[in-house]
Design a protein. Structure first.
Length: 369
């Protein structure tokens, strides 16, 4: 029942609307227009003013007549850079950009598929479950839109987040939590030529601390990385300060905290040995989620995929997304693929058939008893 031509045209229109993170206003307004035209209950918020974005999160609700719990359908409207002036090209059934920008299939393939499913329901007056929409801004820069959503607006306690690559039918049921490490090592300045022994070189202290750390892949569930080491100054002064920023991710909370403690302990030991001072802060960026494979929610999703001929594969994810923020607010999330490929690059692409299948899936999940 999906109108393939309309779906394709909508996707092509969406990707040509500039919506790099914090510049989502035009995309948000288009989504409000499309959802309002369908007769849905539409709501917007002031999230943009809190995160220096000109956009806003878009919410919508279609009250259903079918029994069963309501679901949230979520995709984000922002893109990474370079995302201005996207010129979509179609070759052999695959949609690309012209090679100078990203395409924006991440995550406008999700947006277009959800809106198409809702359109089919409304134009055919199909019975459906109560369906709630959460289209977020600024996901690509730390899920800032989701972090500032009005969660009391939703009645649903479960969400499908259409924001993943891979074959249609891939179900991500686990995602890691993330802690960010912000550390400053304070040494002591001295003249590097006349009296270097009077100084404490913060760079050298940081190097010793980092050398003690276990980094990168810790185990199947846990990763750790340092992304920033910053120390600026002339060579004739013993470096008095170093700033370090790192992260830990794990699907296991105990492992997450243990690895973060390990990093701090390594830096503290190096500082103690050299007489330097450590200032350190750990911030939770997002929490993990884990939905068992035999959970009825996953079984419900799997049956819809199987009904449209998709092979189901349940797997753990390694990145952060709006799903993690939903979990923090007591909403059980599942992440699903839209077929997007080579995301965050100018080689990004998506098959037309994958967008069609994603829309068919969304329609099936909304209407299947």
């Amino acid at each position: 029942m999906i109108n393939k031509e309309r779906l394709l045209n909508r996707f092509l229109e969406y990707v040509q609307i500039d919506s790099e993170s914090t510049n989502e206003k035009n995309m948000a307004e288009r989504l409000v227009k499309d959802l309002t035209a369908l007769g849905l209950e539409v709501h917007t918020d002031q999230a943009g003013s809190k995160i220096n974005s000109n956009g806003f999160n878009v919410y919508a609700r279609l009250k259903g007549t079918l029994p069963g719990e309501p679901l949230i359908y979520s995709s984000h409207m922002d893109t990474v850079i370079p995302g201005k002036g996207v010129k979509p090209q179609i070759k052999d059934g695959v949609i690309y950009s012209d090679g100078t920008t990203i395409l924006g299939g991440d995550d406008k393939s999700g947006l277009a598929s959800i809106v198409e499913a809702l359109t089919v329901i409304k134009e055919n007056n199909l019975p459906c479950h109560t369906t709630e929409i959460a289209f977020s801004i600024s996901e690509e820069i730390g899920m800032l839109g989701a972090k500032n959503m009005e969660y009391d607006w939703f009645t649903a306690k479960k969400a499908v987040v259409l924001d993943h690559g891979g074959p249609i039918g891939d179900i991500v049921n686990q995602g890691p939590g993330q802690l960010k490490l912000f550390a400053t090592i304070i040494g002591r300045a001295a003249h590097a030529g006349l009296a270097p022994e009077k100084g404490i070189n913060a760079i050298a202290v940081a190097a010793k601390g980092i050398a003690k750390m276990n980094l990168l892949r810790i185990d199947e569930e846990t990763t750790c990385n340092l992304g920033t080491i910053k120390a600026e100054g002339p060579t004739n002064i013993v470096a008095p300060k170093v700033e370090i920023i790192g992260e830990v991710r794990s699907r296991d909370l105990n492992k997450l905290n243990a690895q973060a403690k390990h990093m701090v302990d390594c830096l503290q030991q190096a500082c103690d040995e050299a007489g330097a001072k450590l200032e350190c802060e750990l911030k939770t960026n997002y929490v993990s989620f884990n939905v068992p494979k035999d959970d009825p929610f996953i079984q419900r999703i799997s049956k819809v995929y199987e009904a449209i001929g998709c092979k189901v594969s349940v797997m753990a994810g390694g990145g952060g997304s709006d799903a993690n923020i939903f979990a923090l607010h007591g909403i059980t999330p599942i992440i699903l693929s839209t077929g997007m490929t080579n995301v965050h690059t100018t080689a990004e692409c998506v098959k037309i058939t994958d967008i069609e299948t994603t829309a068919e899936f969304a329609l099936g999940l909304m209407t299947k008893e």
